[in-house]
Ligand binder design. Structure first.
Ligand code: SF4
Length: 250
C-alpha cells in the first residue's frame, strides 16, 4: 500500500516506509547506474581490476580472495544482539538513493553517539582503499536513518586489530569522487590501462589482466597482429592439403 504524505515544502511525497520498500526492490535512480559499495575498494586499489570484475564480469580466486570470503561468512554467521551494552546487527542491507549506491555492511554497532559500521578484511592494512568503502557505508546509513555517522572501523584479521576511521570532510569528498569515477567507468564499459606496478603481484586477476603484456604497447600490437592475421591455407599447407588432401608422392 502506498501512503501519500506531505513533505516539508508542502509537496506530496511518499512515506518513509514506501521509500524503504522501493529501495529494497526497485532501481535506485531512473537513469543512474547503481554502484556496488564493495566495488569502491576495488576501484580505489586499481580501476582496471574493478572494471575486470564489474564490467567484464571476471573473477579469479587466489588465497587472499578465498580467505576474504571465509572471513565474511564467519562474520555473517556471528551472533546478533547486545554486546557490552551496544546493539549489534550483521549483514545489514544498505543503499543510498541520492548517491546511487547499494551493498551490505558486515556489522553495525548502534552506539549512543550514532551507528558505527565495521568492515572485516583479511591480512593487514594496505593503504586507505577500504576506508572509502567504509565511508560509503556510513553515507548510506546517514541517508537511511537520518543520523550522523562520525566513525567506523576496519577489523584486520591478520593482526586481529581494529583500525578506526573518522569520516571527515576529506574522506567524504574522496569517497564521492570515487563513486562518480566508478560510475563513469561502468557507463563507458571500457577497461582502463594496466599500471603494471607493485599492486600487480598479489592481484588475483593477474593471469586475466596480463599487466606486463598490455603495458608494453609495441609488444601488445605485435601480439594483436598475430592473433587477428587472416588464415592463409595455401601458404600454410600448399595446394594438395587445401583441396582436401589428395594423393601425395611416395
Ligand atoms: S594485475 Fe595489476 S593492473 Fe591488472 S587488475 Fe591487477 S592490479 Fe590492476
Amino acid at each position: 500500500m502506498t501512503v501519500e504524505c506531505e513533505g516539508e515544502d508542502g509537496s506530496e511525497g511518499k512515506s518513509g516506509l514506501d521509500e524503504v520498500a522501493e529501495a529494497l526492490g526497485a532501481p535506485i535512480g531512473e537513469e543512474q547506474i547503481e554502484v556496488l559499495i564493495s566495488a569502491i575498494e576495488h576501484f580505489s586499489y586499481c580501476p582496471r581490476q574493478c572494471a575486470l570484475i564489474h564490467v567484464e564480469q571476471v573473477f579469479e580466486d587466489n588465497v587472499f580472495t578465498v580467505r576474504g570470503q571465509l572471513a565474511h561468512e564467519r562474520v555473517d554467521e556471528g551472533d546478533e544482539g547486545v554486546a557490552q551494552g551496544v546493539r549489534v546487527a550483521r549483514g545489514i542491507a544498505l543503499w543510498s538513493r541520492r548517491l546511487g549506491l547499494f551493498g551490505k555492511a558486515d556489522l553495525v554497532e548502534f552506539r549512543p553517539e550514532g551507528p558505527y559500521p565495521v568492515e572485516y578484511k583479511v591480512g593487514r592494512r594496505h593503504g586507505p582503499h577500504a576506508d572509502l568503502q567504509l565511508c560509503a557505508q556510513a553515507l548510506c546509513l546517514e541517508e537511511m536513518l537520518g543520523v550522523i555517522v562520525p566513525r567506523g572501523a576496519i577489523f584486520y584479521r591478520g593482526v586481529r586489530r581494529r583500525h578506526e576511521v573518522a569520516f571527515d570532510d576529506e574522506l567524504r569528498r574522496q569517497t564521492r569522487e570515487a563513486i562518480e569515477g566508478l560510475r563513469a567507468m561502468l557507463e563507458m564499459e571500457r577497461l582502463p590501462a594496466a599500471p603494471n606496478d607493485a599492486r600487480c603481484p598479489n592481484c588475483s586477476l593477474g593471469d586475466v589482466c596480463l599487466p606486463a603484456v598490455v603495458a608494453e604497447r609495441a609488444r601488445l600490437r605485435g601480439l594483436q597482429g598475430a592473433l587477428f592475421h587472416p588464415y592463409d591455407a595455401q601458404t600454410a599447407f600448399g595446394p594438395d592439403e587445401e583441396d582436401g588432401g589428395g594423393e601425395r608422392d611416395a
